[in-house]
Design a protein around this ligand. Sequence first.
Ligand code: GLN
Length: 481
Amino acid sequence: MQLYELTIKQAIELLKKGETSPKELLEALLSRIEAIDSKVKAFVTVTADEARAQLGNKTDGALSGIPLGIKDNMCTKGVRTTCSSRMLENFVPPYESTATQKLWDAGAVLLGKLNMDEFAMGSSTEHSAFFRTCNPWDLKRVTGGSSGGSAAAVASDMCLGALGSDTGGSIRQPAAFCSVVGLKPTYGRVSRFGLVAFASSLDQIGPITKTVEDSAILLNAICGHDPQDSTSAPEDMAGTPDFTKQIGRDIKGLRVGVPKEYFIEGLDAEVEKINRDAIKQLEALGAELVEVSLPHTDYAVPVYYIIAPSEASSNLARYDGVKYGFRAEGASDLMDMYMKSRSEGFGAEVKRRIMLGTYALSSGYYDAYYLKAQQVRTLIKKDFHDAFKHVDVIASPTTPEAAFLAGEKTSDPIKMYLSDIFTISANLAGNPGISLPCGFTKNGLPVGLQLIGKHFDEATVLKAAHAYEQSTDWHTRKPAL
Ligand code: GLN
């Protein structure tokens, strides 16, 4: 086994025993990036020098010497943070995001910044202003998105783990497409301070890892209340759990809800079969399957595409070419400078979202669109609340199909938006959700199983996911690169 193939857990153990050193581990990963990132194209920036300088800063932390990649929408002090946008192509933040600071405080090392859809808007990483990241299992196919760089880098062993962000599925959907584990924590579990805002009521940072246990280890490091983010949950609400504690416990008697609205037309037959087998496997492990209903599922995508663009249109108003970011040349006056900077700095999908959002929020349309969407969001939340009276977790496919071909959906935004049909509801309702590998199609493409939990009950989600993972060998398979 190569050092770069280690899980975080294995690396921590080897380092403890002195069987490898942080320096050796870091160099193994940097060589791996050097060898294969020209094919996968996961990194926007590789921070080799900074990583070498960071080594040995802290030798007794929970993550000492563990090299990680970070999605390029989390501010890293002194390291370019682009959001894969021309708008922020040369933006070097003067401060560090809370989630990443917590990783460095625990001794982890920054390997580099990972590609994404521009401003996290997309489901394929094709909307990056720089380049498309390729799926390590089939380079012609997409990685999913928007955290496609993070998922691809972990899947191809270019970092031991990564952080992504999930507004409507951006951690879970690429994790499913790349055969890795992606966890979106409960809204409020992880501070959003320093995460470049897309849709503030939905955005959440979470780990992308090779195993469920690694996911628990990273969540331990990044969670917690942060006075700098007023939406981060206080301790009396979120607790201070050790997410590795439940790992390894059996799931006898665990009630697993299977939503009838999720096994529908449009779900690929092979993906459905693989997911149904995975759910049967949970039953074989002692779980009790219960059919549940989430009656407002059909509205999730339309509601999301009112609320997320509305919040985005407001959040992205700050990119005006004045304070920071891209400024267009040759403007005749201030208004012209704003218009030129925003026209040239943003890509097509970002502009589409800004226009949708501005429209939905404009007077005369606000009640018909934004307000109505907020009301339906409440009904979607209630669906989960009601279902969780009867079950401990909800199981479903992560995506309606396996990774699609590059270019297949870029000309049809609605098709692209439907990629997130099973993941979006958990963001609207704020619940935690994980995607983990549960098989491969006949063409060798990964398929993900999604488990959604009660608010602040990531522990049960991780326990169930780990029990499933350990009873299969999907997580041990590697793409041939
Ligand atoms: N694909 C969804 C979108 O385009 C979700 C993205 C995300 O979770 N950041 O908005």
